[in-house]
Design a binder for this molecule. Sequence first.
Ligand code: BMA
Length: 856
Amino acid sequence: MDVRTLAPLRALLALACLCAPYFRGGEGLVHALSLNGKWALRNSNGSLRMSARVPGCVHTALRENALIQDPYYRFNDRAYRWIALDNWTYAVTFSVPPEISVRLVFDGVDTVSTVSVNDAVVGTTDNMFRRYDFDVSRALKGDGNVLTVSLASAVEYAARRSRAHRSYKVPPECPPAVQKGECHVNFIRKAQSSFSWDWGPSFPTLGIWRDVRLEAFDALRLLYLAPTAHYGTDPPLLLRHRPLFLRWPRATAAPASRGRTFPVRGTAGVDLWWPNGHGEQSRYELSLQVALDGGLAVETRVPVYFRTVELVQEPIAGSPGLSFYFRVNGVPVFLKGSNWIPAHSFQDQVTPETLRNLLQSAADANMNTLRVWGGGVYEQDLFYSMCDDLGIMIWQDFMFACALYPTESDFMDTVGEEVAHQVRRLKSHPSIIVWSGNNENEAAIASNWFGIPSSERLRYLKDYVSLYVNLIGDVEDQSRPFLTSSPTNGVESEREGWVASNPYDTHYGDVHFYSYLTDCWDWKGFPRSRFASEYGFQSWPSFSTLQKVSAPEDWSYSSNFSTHRQHHLRGNDEMLLQAALHFLAPNSTDPLQAYRDTLYLTQVMQAECVKAQTEFYRRSRSDIVEGQGHTMGALYWQLNDIWQGPSWSSIEFGGKWKMLHYFAQDFFAPVLPVGFLDEGTLLIYAVSDLSGDLTLRVVVSLLSEGLRGEGVSSPVSGGSAQLLYKRHVEELLGGCGNCTAFTCLLTFHLEEAAGGRQRGPANRLFLSSLSEAQGLQKPRITTQVQQDGDAFAVTIRTSAVAPFLWLDVGDVPGRFDSNGFLMVSESRSARFYPWAPTSAAEVSRALRVTTLRDLY
Ligand code: BMA
């Protein structure tokens, strides 16, 4: 069913406008005075005093005042632990005209603070995800007002709250020692990863991390304006005007109006918002006018989009359980992408350029979805606007992860405020397609991660339901689905009382799956789930990225630095063990070369592993095998990095693409051939995410000898994965002279039956491990760099077939169009797109080429 040809339905715009009335006569306009900028900052005993930028945090201020080094340098995360154990006070002086009603508004305070104006306490904060709005009218004088925000150590606060919670334990107490973090983060409403994670350091920040301002107004203030489109079943919605214009009836004195519905009419069809790869991201503009007493009006304009989203959980023929997929504008969409973590420990350092670069990189790799993972932060507005523009769908977790949480009333109250605020702030973004209560907390109870005695289980179940179902699940938003957790069995979890006996059941909902030591080339080890929302493998970032935060003595795989940066138990060994299943270890006698080669090898391993797993999920889209399949999502763990360390990311801290990200460009391509071996038989599927049908033929080659894939051109329906080719490997090799699984490389691509146009990227399958491959020569490689418009063309020549050919330009910011490829021809070219001005000479000087055979 293609909705584009269906009559769009009656649309209603629900406008959630919370209008706080404040009558003092005069004009009905809000005057805002930003208090962003330079503040004074001091620690508890006054031994440290400095100026500090707001929004910002203490760590950034100390760094900018040269009182500390780069916190990411070497072991500084531990050296600077004292910062988070102290209490800090921010202060600013300002003037306001007298006799005016004023609210003090914080878009984000991190986290526990007492706020005073002229020494009178005007409010307190305990949740970095809330917006705080204090009436300061009475505390103000004309000139020389002093505003102070006294921040208490988040670490001490969390410990205190945990000690005070005597009736029963709320685990975990502390992170695993390998994470070198702080304890009891579940007792504070703060980015859970800020006390350390398995990919990131412990920097329990303190600060005013979002905008702060005074708002003076007389009659009415618009706090949130969140248009969402609802579709009825009535005659077609027709829109003629851009912008849409709505007139809100006379503002009344009623506090907090909850929302209104406006039917929208016009005479042209609605242009819908589509995910990346499925159509345009059409946008309208809504102009809103609110009439006030005395003929005054408040006017504003916001973007508005039209799209529907449904989460389909229904029986599948031939398979127990239920489907689990998203239907956008009536079209089933395979969700392709990754998981998003905070882009920096110090959020004030996440610039628009950082976001643009990461999100564009996601879109460029053919992703249509990111999951904003529940251990970080609800991202800034700009993040979601960019996702709206790029067509990146967001699976938005609420910020709870890998823990149990307290449910006493003040905790629940603050979470209630947090959820209401975040949903109102974000729900007008069409990119957000699902709200989800937490990361892995259903699994934590179901699999008893924290060793809870069965006699006490009920209490935790009750807390779980109170928090995620009764409180968070009550989100004021009917325009998209809500899930309680990830992974979850969806409606089956609900049927089982919200904690399923096995939330990883492949027949229901989404699944997280990690297995580091089982052979990732063997697809039989992967669960054929309905939806894979997390899976992945670690790798190390490139040398140029690590070099910025390390010293020469750190440059070996077994250095203290390498051990310190690794926050996942045995992670460094696991990478080498997984790599050893198919590749020979680097054996350079030059220690620095051996180190660089090892970093490279971890990236090769990671890229190949995630490729294999993702291709398995994509080709499982239409299959039901032994009751499992109809996979409709592949979001690998994780897109980005918080610092320069080993992790599951495909993009390094700083934006450089790892080999995995280049591979993702291909394995997420809308049309893709996927090959795999099953008991000595080679099978090739054609996967298509297109809405239209194609007739495709697969072309198979052994080394450079092209074999027209046994001819059969087969129709491939839009949105399906179909088997196109099946042949015994022995038979295939037999037809090719001296080929064996150890000496020949198998490549294949798809082309249109009529005309022969190639569709999708070429792909390949190694018929043996590369550690056993015979005849792989050390290639002699030469390169030549030439400016080509805004980019640089790199011509590569090789004397031999070269697997995993890697182009690295060190610190020169930018990316290639393709990298890490299998070089089978004597020459080929790649393009380098710089992100900052550079020259052919600089690119050429920085360029290093590594191929697999260079390692041994
Ligand atoms: C998951 C995530 C994260 C974690 C990742 C890698 O389960 O939800 O908690 O970083 O695995 O271990």
